[in-house]
Design a protein. Sequence first.
Length: 588
Amino acid sequence: MTFSRRTFVQLSLGSAVSLAAERLFAQGVSPHTAKPLARPAPSGRPFNAHFVDVAATAGLTAPVIYGPISNKKYILETMGCGCAFIDYDNDGWMDIFLLSGTRLEEAPAGASSRLYKNNRDGTFTDVTEKAGLNAVGWASAVCVGDYNNDGFEDLFCTYFGQNHLYRNNGDGTFTDVTKEAGLWNQQSRWGAGCSFLDYNRDGHLDLFVSNYVQFSFEHAPVPGQNTNCNWKGIPVLCGPRGLPMGQHSLYRNNGDGTFTDVSRQAGIAKAAGSYGMTVIAADLDEDGWPDIYVACDSTPSLLFMNNHDGTFREEGVERGVALSDDGAEQAGMGVGVGDYDLDGHLDLFKTHFADDSNVLYHNDGSANFDDVTRTSRLGVETRYICWGAGIVDLDNDGFPDLFMVTGNVYPEVEKKLGQYANKTPRAVFRNLGDGKFEELTDAAGPGIAAAHCSRGCAFGDFDNDGDVDILVVNLNEPPSLLRNDVEGKQNWLKVKLQGVKSNRSAIGARVVARYGGKSQAQAVLSQSSFYSSNDPRLHFGLGSHTSADLDVYWPNGGHEAVKNVPANRLILLKEGAGIISSKGFPAK
């Protein structure tokens, strides 16, 4: 008898469930490992993207506080947080929002979330106090979206304790409307990933929130207390295994500024408990309705398929994105979304723990996925604990690359096991255009080779020069702002969408750009990477091609085609009205 890979995965999950009791005595993180693949000889091809960390000169000097620098006692102190590119004042330039944590003994001065206004000259001004976003606490994730359709992007932030919805007032300030919006939790929870989406296509952004573990300092075990508190024989912080799992929530937007918890009615609460992390919402099966993918740590990741009637069915295992290719749980953390092989379908890239490979899932267009980690040569790298990630065209050659940030969770381990350093470099996998990737470090610039203990990252063009820059959260250090200085004459196109019948942010829209016989799909996302939110302007590298045709699939189910759009422009597409503005960069 023969089995398909997906059938094998289903059987493997059954075995995993039957061993649930044994998990309680396993190590605290998923023990799945993968031997690194042999590295092929370098291609010798030049890479035209070059990254330099300009955070200090840009004015991003405040550290992101998150627990002690070494010898972390609790899992809460090590998970870290995300960041966002957001044009909060609608001036056409990406501003920066950074979350932060705190410390148990006392929050250091300045330990708060921070909003930085883009000065349009490569520098930023800290406007946190004026904006009213100086919250202090154990922040996790941020997602961005205009939940009240007033033309200004709002912020939802998850925390250990209490999540917060910040309404953008349109005058440079934000108001915490969590309680009046119906999103206040009566009991403390560990909010993790989040994403705005319009799951019922009524034109109003709903909200999905994952929860990591049920945690309290009073009952949390300490390093070395049991088998969930050891890693490679060294006592470390405990979890997530051994800790109660989180349950995830879906909130329906009532259209009047309030939300209703519909987790049970929508079928979300039926899903097995899991250690939920990053949340992405996109139309993965191309039926015109948004689906929800949740990367899960040390438990099967979840894929909620939209039933078009206000309910979802969870099919992560059946569709090939819940487990490793050999049917095991992994330490799912970050998720990148894009079209690496230019077949017009949205693929997924998920990051994992050290001694395991990060996974690239190929989408056949119907949300059936195949693990192509080995054939793509992504499996050559297994050294690092990986977090924020993206499928993004870094060198504008028309082929999306892979990027990820790294950093340990056990800073004390490197004293005994030097190969598991606390601070590690970023990683770039350059797309070779034939379904394979090549890992680059030094060749991509000093901003990639620099070692940090990083978590979230966001992708966007902060200096409006036509390439993709990267914002990175570094624990207990200032963030990194990796300016991309692309060389050569590669072309590009940026697409900004504005919904009318759909939600104004156009979250959930899918755009397919066609150029030179290629078809590249991208989606407008509220969250991806690790706990972070990208520049909402979709960026397509076009290589040598000077124009592209666009197919826009709006969140309400509509479709519009725009032909022969010239390259090296930012276009604004308004639903039902076509292109309403087009301008070249750099904008001054």
